[in-house]
Design a protein around this ligand. Structure first.
Ligand code: NDP
Ligand code: BG6
Length: 512
């Protein structure tokens, strides 16, 4: 893909010493280069942060996030393109002047034609976004070239600070130059909602509403904690970390009306309309928790035992919240979102739970015959629809059986499936804003969550053990709503009724 029309491409990773840079950004950059998505001879990946590293140590650090099985020759070629610059501080002008002259040197050595492209990726806590943007604009914005800035989530801390950040960015850059990244928008599992709903699937599109859907769940669970990330996580908590942005984006695509076309403008318009219809989440509809140490595994320490976390921290590492949408499609349908760290498993999925029609010939006494449709990102990428059907055998017993596609089957995928970060960084290099978050959307998403977050911060989070299913109190909220996170595919037990010998109807109501 070397036809990118640039003389030189500089991708600058701010916060190159951090967790995101190691786990996601550098592996994505490596893969883009290894798969020839960027011009090999004309691209550099410049790391910048305050930490001091010998070049060798920096390369060791970023290599540790890249797959061990990678071709070592390709890896060393990549590392040659990865200089590192230590900044004195994020608000220190001379550090940015140094950065600018380093990039200019690389640009001047390039033999390509076209304009120079600089992409600044801000993998830093939001508290420093402002300082970094100001100094970049002042000292390191290429005057004749093309410049872009990728801003990580969370976008501010609340509605007010998001507005302040927007005004700051707007005073420095054009909206065309700003790319607000939410890596969930780079995921196939999230984007697939569009063809599933608006492609040729009448069995889904015609049932995708309150008429047929009883409730929607988003179940995001991680079997690992926030270890070592206290510097960022403790101030933000899980609602701002994943619920207000990643999971909300998934819900927006699943809930919005059909855009007029797949143009950037139409998709962004449809998304914004949906957010405007979201009712602010009520504080009483939110459960929060924080993990304590595991009683079984001494390595699974309490959130507060992490050395990067304050000893009296009230940050939540678990939350369940209920969202309602005030429009004709979704009125009164609860969207129940759960997210948690240090739980019993890693899972990320969005599920529509269908109503059981009142005239069903196969009702279950527990009311659990409703079928489900799940779009899953973890533990495997799949779509699973469950259908009520006859269990083979004597009599007439019905069960919910999965009709599923597992995308780990190579039959369904290209040989090269880029990660969400690769997709989005490449989109930013090409200047495509479709799967980035526009200004108004980024701000409005806070309006939905502000009260709930503020209220949750005045409470003590409920306790749950590392490796458990979360705080027990969550069950009360779910019971009250009549909601289960389970998908139908697990229901391999008989439900409904059995017609026995001689055509007599017997009730078969037993379920585990
Ligand atoms: P880190 O805590 O690892 O911070 C990244 C770097 O920022 C650090 O190496 C440090 O660099 C600098 N830094 C940390 N705290 C401060 C501070 N208080 N003031 C100034 N600089 C600081 O964070 P992550 O890498 O985890 O996250 C960075 C951003 O990326 C966040 O906005 C997060 O939401 C987002 N993100 C993270 C993901 C992840 O999995 N980690 C996934 C998706 C998004 P130095 O001291 O060298 O300057
Ligand atoms: C990040 C959060 O934005 O998303 C992390 O900061 C979280 O806390 C991660 O672990 C989840 O992303 P994924 O792609 O693994 O679901």
């Amino acid at each position: 893909m070397n036809e990118l029309p640039f003389r030189h491409v500089a991708i600058v990773v701010f916060g190159a010493s951090g967790d995101l840079a190691k786990k996601m950004t550098y592996p994505a950059l490596f893969s883009l280069m290894a798969n020839n998505m960027l011009p090999k001879d004309r691209t550099h990946f410049i790391g910048a942060a305050r930490s001091k590293y010998k070049m060798e140590d920096f390369h060791k650090k970023i290599s540790s996030g890249i797959k061990q099985s990678s071709d070592q020759q390709v890896l060393s070629k990549f590392l040659e393109k990865c200089p590192y610059i230590s900044l004195s501080a994020y608000d220190d002008g001379p550090s940015y002047q140094r950065l600018d002259s380093e990039i200019a040197k690389l640009e001047s050595q390039s033999t390509g034609s076209g304009k120079n492209l600089r992409v600044y990726y801000i993998a830093l806590p939001p508290s420093v976004f402002g300082d970094v943007s100001e100094n970049l604009r002042k000292y390191a914005w290429h005057k004749e070239g093309i410049n872009r800035i990728i801003v990580e989530k969370p976008y501010g801390k609340d509605y007010q600070s998001a507005k302040v950040l927007s005004n700051k960015l707007a005073s420095l850059f054009t909206e065309e130059e700003v790319f607000r990244i939410d890596h969930y928008l780079g995921k196939d599992s999230v984007k697939s909602v569009l063809p599933l709903r608006f492609g040729a699937n009448p069995f889904l599109s015609s049932t995708w509403s309150r008429e047929h859907v009883q409730y929607v769940t988003v179940n995001f669970k991680e079997a690992f904690g926030a270890e070592g990330r206290g510097g960022y996580f403790d101030e933000f908590g899980i609602i701002r970390d994943v619920m207000q942005n990643h999971l909300m984006q998934w819900i927006i695509l699943a809930g919005m009306e059909r855009p007029n076309s797949l143009s950037v403008k139409d998709i962004h318009q449809a998304k914004l309309k949906f957010i405007n219809d979201c009712r602010p989440v009520r504080p009483s509809d939110v459960i929060i928790g924080q993990y304590t140490a595991s009683s079984k595994d001494p390595n699974k320490k309490a959130y507060k035992d992490d050395e990067t976390v304050k000893k009296d921290s009230k940050a939540s590492t678990f939350a369940t919240a209920v969202l309602y949408i005030d429009n004709d499609r979704w009125r009164d349908v609860p969207f129940v979102i759960r997210c948690g760290k240090a739980l019993d498993e890693t899972r990320a999925e969005l599920t529509l739970h269908y109503k059981t029609p009142p005239d069903s010939l196969f009702p279950s006494e527990s009311g659990r015959t409703g079928t489900t449709f799940t779009i899953r990102d973890h533990p495997e990428k799949s779509h699973v629809l469950t259908a009520t059907t006859k269990k083979p055998g004597r009599g007439f017993t019905v069960l919910n059986a999965p009709l599923s596609i597992d995308f780990s089957n190579p039959k369904y995928t290209d040989s090269y499936v880029p990660t969400a970060y690769e997709v989005l960084i490449y989109d930013a290099v090409r200047g495509d804003h479709t799967w980035f978050v526009p200004r108004e959307e980024a701000e409005e998403a806070w309006r939905v969550w502000d009260d709930a977050i503020k209220n949750s911060e005045s409470r003590n989070p409920l306790k749950y053990e590392y490796g458990s299913e979360g705080p027990k109190e969550e069950k009360d909220l779910l019971k009250q709503l009549g909601v289960e996170f389970e998908t139908g595919e697990g229901r391999t037990v008989d439900v409904a009724k059995v017609i026995g010998d001689g055509g007599r109807v017997q009730t078969f109501a037993k379920e585990p």
